[in-house]
Design a protein around this ligand. Structure first.
Ligand SMILES: NC(=O)c1ccc[n+]([C@@H]2O[C@H](COP(=O)([O-])OP(=O)(O)OC[C@H]3O[C@@H](n4cnc5c(N)ncnc54)[C@H](OP(=O)(O)O)[C@@H]3O)[C@@H](O)[C@H]2O)c1
Length: 214
């Protein structure tokens, strides 16, 4: 399949590219800096320049054209303020799913976050972030495309354990970025999970079984 990843230089996204290449998919990686081209190529992906916050719908559609699956894995990051939670985490995701629908992609996956189901209403940056994630998820849910919303717990570095706790609602916890990438790969390979919003943290169920049960 042709898989296009928005935010392809991210830590989850780069591991996802490597996993998808190893299972035979073609990966197009959307990035906003030419300095990152070599990294995407070394992961086996095809880099395409696209700033998710500052491009036209036409540029979006050109970048996503021909995609079977589109994955939104971008994030404004921990050092960004409330404004970019809205321009990237919310609006960047919404523009990506709208483009995926226009180009006729078959499926859409979004990396959301635990806590987005009931975000606090105060002005803390983290609350703005969770509300941005919630609004993006709602747009994905109502878009005319089969989609899976994946809400990881607190992300950690470290290698894949190959096992998770996965469900509509799971106890708060941590998960390695590698395990998140492995779950996304399994969702893409299995075709399972469309229409579902799932939370994931580290656990003891093999990823193939957890995604297989969706
Ligand atoms: N941290 C947590 O505990 C946690 C928990 C749950 C969910 N999440 C979510 O998990 C997702 C991925 O996490 P991660 O650790 O893999 O993220 P990451 O390493 O911070 O990567 C995010 C990527 O998004 C890219 N990006 C930002 N703005 C962009 C734009 N305008 N156009 C194109 N690309 C842009 C960044 O590129 P640049 O290098 O150009 O900035 C970066 O490569 C995020 O959506 C995050 O919100 C995080």
């Amino acid at each position: 399949m042709q898989v296009t990843i928005a935010g392809a230089h991210g830590q989850i996204a780069r591991q996802l590219t490597t996993f998808l290449r190893s299972t035979g998919h073609h990966v197009r990686g959307l990035i906003r800096s030419e300095d990152q081209f070599a990294d995407i190529e070394s992961d086996g992906g095809e880099p395409v320049l696209l700033d998710l916050e500052n491009c036209t719908p036409e540029e979006f559609d050109e970048a996503l054209d021909g995609s079977d699956v589109v994955v939104f894995a971008a994030g404004a990051g921990p050092n960004s303020g409330p404004e970019r939670k809205n321009t990237l985490d919310r609006d960047g995701a919404i523009k990506t799913v709208e483009s995926a629908v226009r180009v006729g992609a078959d499926r859409f996956l979004i990396v959301s976050s635990m806590g987005a189901d009931d975000p606090p209403q105060d002005d803390e940056t983290f609350s703005v972030y969770l509300r941005a994630k919630a609004a993006a998820d709602e747009a994905v849910r109502s878009a005319d495309i089969p989609a899976v919303i994946v809400r990881p717990g607190k992300l950690t570095d470290g290698s894949a354990t190959g096992a998770v706790e996965l469900g509509e609602s799971v106890e708060r916890g941590e998960i390695t970025r590698a395990d998140v990438a492995a779950v996304l790969t399994e969702i893409i390979d299995s075709g399972n999970g469309d229409g579902r919003t799932i939370e994931i943290v580290g656990g003891s169920t093999p990823i193939e079984d957890a995604v297989g049960a969706l």
